[in-house]
Design a protein around this ligand. Sequence first.
Ligand code: NAP
Length: 263
Amino acid sequence: MNVESNRPTKLRVGDAEVARIGLGTNRLRNTPANVALVKEAIAAGVGMIDTAHTYTGGESEETIGAALSREPEGCVIATKGGGGSGRGRGRPDVLQAEIEESLRRLRTDSIPLYYLHRVDPATPLEESLAAINDYRERGKIRHIGISEVSIDEIERARRVVPIAAVQNHYNLSERKHEEVVDYCERENIVFVPFFPLRGDGGRTVEEIAARHGATPVQITLAWLLRRSPAMLPIPGTLSLEHLKENVAALQIELTDAEFEALR
Ligand SMILES: NC(=O)c1ccc[n+]([C@@H]2O[C@H](COP(=O)([O-])OP(=O)(O)OC[C@H]3O[C@@H](n4cnc5c(N)ncnc54)[C@H](OP(=O)(O)O)[C@@H]3O)[C@@H](O)[C@H]2O)c1
């Protein structure tokens, strides 16, 4: 991750420079309208499309695969494996099967960013990551991330593989990962907050939104973007209008007082 200025609208994910707003796709069904939405999202300038092996029973990945005839410039496609519930979900053989299926569904030879979705209580994270790293060494995965983890777990992971991104639950109300955000910023790791819009900014966010002629969702995103230059939120939407509003949040500059009022 390289930072351009004090309030960068872009950051670097491995070899790609991308806008700091993405698209979450955990409700994406494989319909013609959603295939069009993915194409329009890229045209509208999202910097990341976030999916997972588990989302909508595979339809999310399939929709993205159907929308993209080649890898888009300026937009990283990220997927995940080893999610869901149950012990053993991070076993090497389980991950290998999921990676093969994700490559097929995404219709690609190389996944730009692949996360271990959850640390498996039954498999040391080093073993799960070694299985993913095997694909990285063969060029079928380019960068590795890890999701819902502590600093200790990130450090363990980094002893085995380079970690390009961390994706943890973080928003205006859910702040248990403050130290992880700061760690990622220091260590040049992209921090992707999931459920970015589920927090509650209350009346304050509404007042700030009115002052900026913006929506409360845009202010929520502007706050996240201001919180750290390592932050790349992936708000989930099935609406092109909402998606464009989310990308436009990159242009909103909160004052120090506004930032602190929401902090
Ligand atoms: N790593 C993990 O374990 C993990 C866990 C959960 C989620 N995720 C990822 O995080 C992404 C985001 O999470 P999420 O989608 O569940 O929650 P979210 O992004 O916090 O919120 C999504 C909700 O916000 C609405 N929304 C989006 N943009 C809006 C706008 N401009 N104005 C008004 N409403 C707006 C959406 O409705 P509309 O469709 O009507 O816009 C939807 O109801 C997921 O899609 C997934 O990719 C990862």
